[in-house]
Design a protein around this ligand. Structure first.
Ligand code: CP
Length: 325
Protein backbone atom coordinates (compact mmCIF):
# COMPACT_ATOMS: atom_id res chain seq x y z
CA UNK A 1 0.00 0.00 0.00
CA UNK A 2 1.42 3.37 -1.02
CA UNK A 3 -1.48 5.74 -0.17
CA UNK A 4 -4.61 5.34 1.94
CA UNK A 5 -7.40 7.55 0.64
CA UNK A 6 -10.14 5.01 -0.21
CA UNK A 7 -10.96 1.32 0.27
CA UNK A 8 -9.65 0.83 -3.28
CA UNK A 9 -6.11 1.38 -1.94
CA UNK A 10 -6.52 -1.84 0.06
CA UNK A 11 -5.56 -4.93 -1.96
CA UNK A 12 -6.87 -7.49 0.58
CA UNK A 13 -9.44 -6.22 3.07
CA UNK A 14 -9.65 -9.43 5.14
CA UNK A 15 -5.88 -9.43 5.55
CA UNK A 16 -5.87 -5.78 6.61
CA UNK A 17 -8.59 -6.42 9.20
CA UNK A 18 -6.80 -9.47 10.60
CA UNK A 19 -3.68 -7.36 10.91
CA UNK A 20 -5.64 -4.62 12.70
CA UNK A 21 -6.95 -7.14 15.24
CA UNK A 22 -3.38 -8.34 15.84
CA UNK A 23 -2.19 -4.74 16.27
CA UNK A 24 -4.98 -4.19 18.80
CA UNK A 25 -3.91 -7.26 20.80
CA UNK A 26 -0.28 -6.12 20.97
CA UNK A 27 0.08 -2.44 19.97
CA UNK A 28 3.79 -2.27 20.83
CA UNK A 29 4.89 -5.42 18.97
CA UNK A 30 6.58 -3.29 16.28
CA UNK A 31 7.33 -0.20 18.34
CA UNK A 32 10.61 0.37 16.44
CA UNK A 33 9.17 0.18 12.92
CA UNK A 34 8.73 3.94 12.60
CA UNK A 35 12.01 4.98 14.25
CA UNK A 36 13.52 8.03 12.50
CA UNK A 37 10.37 8.36 10.36
CA UNK A 38 8.18 11.45 10.52
CA UNK A 39 4.43 11.61 10.08
CA UNK A 40 3.13 15.04 9.08
CA UNK A 41 -0.51 15.70 9.97
CA UNK A 42 -2.04 18.65 8.13
CA UNK A 43 -5.48 19.90 9.20
CA UNK A 44 -7.57 22.29 7.16
CA UNK A 45 -10.52 21.54 9.46
CA UNK A 46 -11.10 20.75 13.17
CA UNK A 47 -10.67 17.28 14.66
CA UNK A 48 -10.59 15.47 18.00
CA UNK A 49 -10.55 11.72 17.24
CA UNK A 50 -8.61 11.74 14.00
CA UNK A 51 -5.88 13.93 15.38
CA UNK A 52 -5.38 12.13 18.70
CA UNK A 53 -5.82 8.57 17.43
CA UNK A 54 -3.48 8.99 14.43
CA UNK A 55 -0.82 10.67 16.58
CA UNK A 56 -1.10 7.87 19.16
CA UNK A 57 -0.88 5.25 16.40
CA UNK A 58 2.28 6.83 15.01
CA UNK A 59 3.83 7.07 18.48
CA UNK A 60 3.06 3.37 19.12
CA UNK A 61 5.29 2.69 16.09
CA UNK A 62 8.06 4.99 17.31
CA UNK A 63 7.39 7.72 14.73
CA UNK A 64 7.92 11.44 15.16
CA UNK A 65 4.81 13.50 14.52
CA UNK A 66 4.50 17.05 13.20
CA UNK A 67 0.97 18.42 13.35
CA UNK A 68 -0.18 21.67 11.80
CA UNK A 69 -3.53 23.46 11.54
CA UNK A 70 -2.63 24.81 8.15
CA UNK A 71 -5.84 26.86 7.87
CA UNK A 72 -4.84 28.81 11.03
CA UNK A 73 -1.06 28.54 11.32
CA UNK A 74 0.08 28.23 7.71
CA UNK A 75 0.12 30.63 4.77
CA UNK A 76 -3.13 30.80 2.81
CA UNK A 77 -2.77 28.22 0.03
CA UNK A 78 -3.36 28.77 -3.67
CA UNK A 79 -4.60 25.61 -5.41
CA UNK A 80 -5.12 26.84 -8.96
CA UNK A 81 -2.38 26.99 -11.57
CA UNK A 82 -1.85 30.15 -13.55
CA UNK A 83 -3.75 32.40 -11.15
CA UNK A 84 -1.82 35.63 -10.42
CA UNK A 85 -1.40 35.48 -6.65
CA UNK A 86 -2.31 39.08 -6.00
CA UNK A 87 -5.16 38.29 -3.54
CA UNK A 88 -5.47 36.45 -0.22
CA UNK A 89 -3.37 33.39 -1.11
CA UNK A 90 0.29 33.61 -0.16
CA UNK A 91 1.77 30.21 -1.03
CA UNK A 92 1.07 27.79 -3.88
CA UNK A 93 0.30 24.14 -3.08
CA UNK A 94 3.09 23.16 -5.50
CA UNK A 95 5.75 24.55 -3.15
CA UNK A 96 3.92 23.93 0.15
CA UNK A 97 3.30 20.22 -0.52
CA UNK A 98 6.81 19.70 -1.94
CA UNK A 99 8.38 21.28 1.15
CA UNK A 100 6.23 19.17 3.50
CA UNK A 101 7.40 16.11 1.55
CA UNK A 102 10.99 17.07 2.39
CA UNK A 103 10.21 17.20 6.12
CA UNK A 104 7.92 14.16 6.35
CA UNK A 105 8.09 10.52 5.28
CA UNK A 106 4.29 10.15 5.29
CA UNK A 107 1.82 13.02 5.03
CA UNK A 108 -1.74 12.81 6.38
CA UNK A 109 -4.26 15.47 5.47
CA UNK A 110 -7.78 16.52 6.45
CA UNK A 111 -9.61 18.62 3.86
CA UNK A 112 -13.41 18.90 4.05
CA UNK A 113 -15.63 19.89 1.10
CA UNK A 114 -17.00 23.42 0.73
CA UNK A 115 -20.45 21.91 -0.11
CA UNK A 116 -21.01 24.65 -2.70
CA UNK A 117 -19.43 23.23 -5.85
CA UNK A 118 -20.06 19.50 -6.32
CA UNK A 119 -17.55 19.07 -9.15
CA UNK A 120 -14.80 20.75 -7.17
CA UNK A 121 -15.51 18.70 -4.05
CA UNK A 122 -15.90 15.37 -5.84
CA UNK A 123 -12.76 16.17 -7.88
CA UNK A 124 -10.83 16.05 -4.55
CA UNK A 125 -8.67 18.94 -5.71
CA UNK A 126 -6.73 19.43 -2.47
CA UNK A 127 -5.99 15.76 -1.80
CA UNK A 128 -4.93 15.09 -5.39
CA UNK A 129 -2.63 18.12 -5.49
CA UNK A 130 -0.95 17.10 -2.25
CA UNK A 131 -0.48 13.57 -3.65
CA UNK A 132 1.05 15.01 -6.82
CA UNK A 133 3.43 17.58 -5.34
CA UNK A 134 4.37 16.03 -1.97
CA UNK A 135 5.75 12.84 -3.54
CA UNK A 136 5.43 10.91 -0.26
CA UNK A 137 2.73 8.43 0.80
CA UNK A 138 -0.52 10.21 1.64
CA UNK A 139 -3.14 9.21 4.20
CA UNK A 140 -6.60 10.78 4.15
CA UNK A 141 -7.70 12.06 7.54
CA UNK A 142 -11.10 12.72 5.87
CA UNK A 143 -11.31 14.28 2.46
CA UNK A 144 -14.13 16.04 0.63
CA UNK A 145 -15.82 12.75 -0.24
CA UNK A 146 -14.39 9.95 1.95
CA UNK A 147 -13.23 9.11 5.49
CA UNK A 148 -11.42 5.76 5.14
CA UNK A 149 -9.76 5.61 8.59
CA UNK A 150 -13.21 6.04 10.15
CA UNK A 151 -14.70 3.31 7.95
CA UNK A 152 -11.88 0.93 8.72
CA UNK A 153 -12.41 1.48 12.47
CA UNK A 154 -16.15 0.96 11.90
CA UNK A 155 -15.54 -2.33 10.14
CA UNK A 156 -13.20 -3.52 12.91
CA UNK A 157 -15.97 -2.64 15.40
CA UNK A 158 -18.60 -4.56 13.42
CA UNK A 159 -16.31 -7.61 13.22
CA UNK A 160 -15.71 -7.51 16.97
CA UNK A 161 -19.39 -7.17 17.88
CA UNK A 162 -20.99 -9.41 15.28
CA UNK A 163 -22.64 -12.60 16.46
CA UNK A 164 -23.74 -13.77 12.98
CA UNK A 165 -21.62 -14.66 9.94
CA UNK A 166 -23.36 -12.14 7.67
CA UNK A 167 -24.84 -9.31 9.77
CA UNK A 168 -27.48 -6.91 8.49
CA UNK A 169 -25.99 -3.42 8.58
CA UNK A 170 -28.24 -0.37 8.10
CA UNK A 171 -26.95 3.11 7.34
CA UNK A 172 -29.71 5.42 8.55
CA UNK A 173 -29.84 9.16 7.75
CA UNK A 174 -30.52 11.38 10.78
CA UNK A 175 -31.63 15.01 11.07
CA UNK A 176 -29.17 17.84 11.75
CA UNK A 177 -29.23 21.61 11.97
CA UNK A 178 -26.24 22.14 9.64
CA UNK A 179 -25.42 20.80 6.18
CA UNK A 180 -22.78 18.07 6.64
CA UNK A 181 -20.52 16.37 4.08
CA UNK A 182 -21.33 13.01 2.50
CA UNK A 183 -17.80 11.74 3.27
CA UNK A 184 -18.67 9.43 6.18
CA UNK A 185 -21.71 7.77 4.54
CA UNK A 186 -19.94 7.50 1.15
CA UNK A 187 -16.95 5.90 2.80
CA UNK A 188 -19.00 3.59 5.03
CA UNK A 189 -20.90 2.43 1.93
CA UNK A 190 -17.62 1.77 0.06
CA UNK A 191 -16.30 -0.37 2.90
CA UNK A 192 -19.61 -2.22 3.47
CA UNK A 193 -19.78 -3.02 -0.24
CA UNK A 194 -16.40 -4.76 0.07
CA UNK A 195 -17.54 -6.70 3.17
CA UNK A 196 -19.62 -9.81 3.69
CA UNK A 197 -22.69 -8.04 5.13
CA UNK A 198 -26.31 -7.43 4.10
CA UNK A 199 -26.14 -3.68 3.54
CA UNK A 200 -29.18 -1.37 3.53
CA UNK A 201 -29.25 2.43 3.26
CA UNK A 202 -32.28 4.39 4.42
CA UNK A 203 -32.90 8.13 4.04
CA UNK A 204 -35.64 10.60 3.11
CA UNK A 205 -36.21 11.39 -0.58
CA UNK A 206 -33.54 13.65 -2.03
CA UNK A 207 -30.70 12.26 0.09
CA UNK A 208 -29.53 9.62 -2.40
CA UNK A 209 -25.75 9.16 -2.24
CA UNK A 210 -23.56 9.05 -5.36
CA UNK A 211 -24.16 5.73 -7.17
CA UNK A 212 -20.43 4.91 -7.12
CA UNK A 213 -20.70 4.45 -3.35
CA UNK A 214 -24.21 2.97 -3.11
CA UNK A 215 -23.33 0.16 -5.56
CA UNK A 216 -24.90 -3.13 -4.31
CA UNK A 217 -26.74 -1.69 -1.28
CA UNK A 218 -30.52 -1.86 -0.97
CA UNK A 219 -31.93 1.65 -0.64
CA UNK A 220 -35.27 2.51 0.94
CA UNK A 221 -37.07 5.63 2.17
CA UNK A 222 -38.93 3.44 4.69
CA UNK A 223 -36.75 3.55 7.81
CA UNK A 224 -38.90 1.05 9.75
CA UNK A 225 -38.60 -1.51 6.95
CA UNK A 226 -34.84 -0.97 6.83
CA UNK A 227 -34.47 -1.43 10.60
CA UNK A 228 -36.31 -4.76 10.66
CA UNK A 229 -33.92 -7.45 11.97
CA UNK A 230 -30.89 -5.16 11.68
CA UNK A 231 -27.79 -6.21 13.63
CA UNK A 232 -26.06 -2.82 13.32
CA UNK A 233 -27.54 0.63 12.75
CA UNK A 234 -25.06 3.28 11.61
CA UNK A 235 -26.62 6.67 12.27
CA UNK A 236 -25.36 9.69 10.35
CA UNK A 237 -26.59 12.95 8.89
CA UNK A 238 -25.51 14.08 5.46
CA UNK A 239 -26.59 16.89 3.18
CA UNK A 240 -28.16 16.31 -0.22
CA UNK A 241 -25.91 15.15 -3.06
CA UNK A 242 -28.41 15.87 -5.87
CA UNK A 243 -29.39 19.32 -4.51
CA UNK A 244 -25.79 19.73 -3.55
CA UNK A 245 -25.00 20.64 0.05
CA UNK A 246 -28.62 21.53 0.89
CA UNK A 247 -30.72 20.50 3.90
CA UNK A 248 -33.98 19.09 2.47
CA UNK A 249 -35.41 17.67 5.70
CA UNK A 250 -35.17 18.09 9.45
CA UNK A 251 -37.79 15.41 10.07
CA UNK A 252 -37.35 14.42 13.73
CA UNK A 253 -39.16 11.14 13.17
CA UNK A 254 -35.85 9.85 11.70
CA UNK A 255 -34.16 10.13 15.13
CA UNK A 256 -33.20 6.65 16.36
CA UNK A 257 -34.48 5.88 19.87
CA UNK A 258 -35.14 2.77 21.95
CA UNK A 259 -38.64 2.36 20.49
CA UNK A 260 -37.20 2.16 16.97
CA UNK A 261 -34.58 -0.33 18.11
CA UNK A 262 -37.39 -2.77 19.00
CA UNK A 263 -37.72 -3.38 15.24
CA UNK A 264 -34.13 -4.64 15.05
CA UNK A 265 -32.35 -7.81 16.05
CA UNK A 266 -31.18 -6.14 19.27
CA UNK A 267 -29.00 -3.95 17.07
CA UNK A 268 -25.86 -2.14 18.10
CA UNK A 269 -25.90 1.55 17.22
CA UNK A 270 -22.93 3.30 15.64
CA UNK A 271 -21.96 6.89 14.90
CA UNK A 272 -18.57 8.33 13.92
CA UNK A 273 -18.79 11.27 16.38
CA UNK A 274 -18.97 14.15 17.05
CA UNK A 275 -22.73 13.84 17.52
CA UNK A 276 -25.31 16.44 18.53
CA UNK A 277 -27.30 14.79 21.31
CA UNK A 278 -31.06 14.93 20.92
CA UNK A 279 -30.69 16.25 17.38
CA UNK A 280 -28.89 13.52 15.45
CA UNK A 281 -29.05 10.71 18.01
CA UNK A 282 -31.07 10.33 21.22
CA UNK A 283 -29.53 10.49 24.71
CA UNK A 284 -31.13 7.15 25.61
CA UNK A 285 -29.26 5.41 22.79
CA UNK A 286 -25.93 7.15 23.43
CA UNK A 287 -26.12 6.37 27.16
CA UNK A 288 -27.56 2.88 26.73
CA UNK A 289 -26.10 -0.60 26.19
CA UNK A 290 -26.57 -0.64 22.42
CA UNK A 291 -24.19 2.23 21.70
CA UNK A 292 -20.81 1.40 20.13
CA UNK A 293 -19.71 4.99 19.54
CA UNK A 294 -16.81 4.97 22.02
CA UNK A 295 -15.63 1.53 20.80
CA UNK A 296 -15.53 2.94 17.25
CA UNK A 297 -13.48 5.90 18.40
CA UNK A 298 -11.10 3.58 20.31
CA UNK A 299 -10.59 1.48 17.18
CA UNK A 300 -9.46 4.56 15.26
CA UNK A 301 -6.02 4.06 16.87
CA UNK A 302 -5.70 0.50 15.55
CA UNK A 303 -7.01 1.40 12.10
CA UNK A 304 -4.43 4.19 11.81
CA UNK A 305 -1.63 2.07 13.28
CA UNK A 306 -2.33 -0.76 10.83
CA UNK A 307 -2.36 1.62 7.86
CA UNK A 308 0.87 3.28 9.00
CA UNK A 309 2.44 -0.17 9.48
CA UNK A 310 1.45 -1.23 5.96
CA UNK A 311 2.87 1.96 4.44
CA UNK A 312 6.09 1.76 6.46
CA UNK A 313 6.61 -1.92 5.60
CA UNK A 314 5.97 -1.51 1.88
CA UNK A 315 7.65 1.82 1.14
CA UNK A 316 10.77 2.02 3.30
CA UNK A 317 13.86 -0.16 3.72
CA UNK A 318 15.07 -0.97 7.24
CA UNK A 319 18.20 1.13 6.58
CA UNK A 320 16.07 4.24 6.18
CA UNK A 321 15.98 4.57 2.38
CA UNK A 322 12.69 4.82 0.54
CA UNK A 323 11.79 1.83 -1.66
CA UNK A 324 9.52 3.25 -4.30
CA UNK A 325 10.27 6.93 -4.67
N1 CP B 1 -14.94 10.85 13.60
C1 CP B 1 -13.99 11.81 13.41
O1 CP B 1 -13.32 11.87 12.36
O2 CP B 1 -13.85 12.65 14.47
P1 CP B 1 -13.02 14.01 14.45
O3 CP B 1 -13.70 14.92 13.43
O4 CP B 1 -13.09 14.54 15.84
O5 CP B 1 -11.62 13.71 14.02
Amino acid sequence: MRNFTTVHDVPDLDKLLDKALKVKKDPFATSGLGKHRTLGMIFLNPSLRTRMSTQKAAQNLGMNVISMNIDQDGWALELNDGTPMNGKTVEHVREAAAVMGEYCDILAIRCFPNLKNKDEDYGEQILIKFMKYCKKPIISLESATLHPLQSMADLITIKEHSSTRKPKVVLSWAPHIKPLPQAVPNSFAEWMNRSDVEFVITHPEGYELHEDYVKHASVTHDQDAALKDADFVYVKNWSSFSDYGKILSKDESWLINNKKLELTNDAKVMHCLPVRRGIELSDEILDGPSSLVVHQAANRVFAAQTVLTEILEHNFNPNGTAKNF
